[in-house]
Ligand binder design. Structure first.
Ligand code: PHE
Ligand code: FE
Length: 290
């Protein structure tokens, strides 16, 4: 789940904080089957690809049982582990609403699930992306703190007119982050672990760059919403990510006000890289649409 800010009034039927009842009883058999299909596909693919914290979280919440997860069932365990809970929303919510939920350890999740005929196509984040992708990492105490701090930081970035910079941090960590481990690179980003194709591409394809995470560098890097990423950033540990973001972003935002963006595919001179991508995939796609 991410956010769009055009209107602040919740849609009819939603509460002032944009939440709705999940209405779990109303999911039909076909919807439960879509969940189970997607779940089993990713669960088979992710060992050796997703990081341990993600796989542990997935199992501790028992997200396989009974199709689409009932928030009333998973919230007691999630809240026991880290104080987080999942709340249902109708779709994308305004930025300030999204950040306020995170700052209070509530993760807003889409209520609907994608159509069984289009398992890999998503117009907006659905409950599979939001719950399978995001919620397991929220069982990790360090990542749980990071997400709450992000919510607090988001409210502040709006006031300082730096939200587009902070949004890149979310994108390149929470959605598309990679983690360095002794066994090799692992995925922790929700946008990757919830996508069959990107779970492979992000780790194995020679096309994208895989660069060492650097806070200011990340905030200067635009991202793609329509295709696989051209660059991924690798954190050395979840603790290091939290440490890097606990500092006051005020001085950083002042620098970013005058700093140029870095082209999406660029590796800078002397920049530490796990992989210098060929960018062959991105070039092929660009040529195909011309
Ligand atoms: N430390 C950041 C600030 O001063 C807040 C933040 C924390 C942002 C963690 C993102 C992640 O604004
Ligand atoms: Fe998301």
């Amino acid at each position: 789940m991410s956010a769009v800010a055009d209107t602040l009034a919740p849609p009819a039927g939603a509460r002032a904080d944009w939440t709705i009842d999940q209405a779990w009883d109303r999911y039909g058999d076909a919807e439960h089957r879509v969940w189970t299909t997607l779940y089993e596909r990713q669960r088979a693919l992710l060992p050796g690809r997703a990081c341990d914290a993600f796989l542990r979280g997935l199992d501790s919440l028992d997200l396989h049982r009974g199709g689409v997860p009932d928030f009333a069932r998973i919230n007691p365990e999630l809240s026991r582990l880290t104080g987080w809970s999942v709340v249902a929303v109708p779709g994308l919510v305004p930025d300030a609403v999204f950040f306020d939920h995170l700052a209070n350890r509530r993760f807003p999740s889409g209520q609907f699930i994608r159509d069984g005929g289009e398992l890999d196509y998503l117009r907006e984040p659905d409950i599979f992306h939001d719950v399978f992708g995001h919620v397991p990492m929220l069982t990790d105490p360090v990542f749980a703190d990071y997400m709450q701090a992000y919510g607090q930081g988001g409210l502040r970035a709006v006031g300082l007119d730096r939200l587009h910079n902070l949004a890149r941090l979310y994108w390149y960590t929470v959605e598309f982050g990679l983690l360095q481990t002794p066994a090799g690179l692992r995925i922790y980003g929700a946008g990757i672990v919830s996508s069959r194709a990107e779970s492979v591409f992000a780790l194995d394809d020679p096309s994208p760059n895989r660069l060492a995470f650097d806070l200011e560098r990340v905030m200067r890097t635009p991202y793609r919403i329509d295709d696989f990423q051209q660059t991924y950033f690798v954190i050395p540990s979840l603790d290091a990510l939290l440490d890097a973001t606990l500092s006051d972003f005020g001085p950083l935002y002042d620098r970013l006000r005058v700093a140029a963006d870095i082209p999406i595919e660029a590796v800078q001179p002397g920049e530490p890289a796990f992989t210098r991508g060929t960018q062959a995939y991105a070039r092929g796609r660009a040529a195909a649409v011309q």
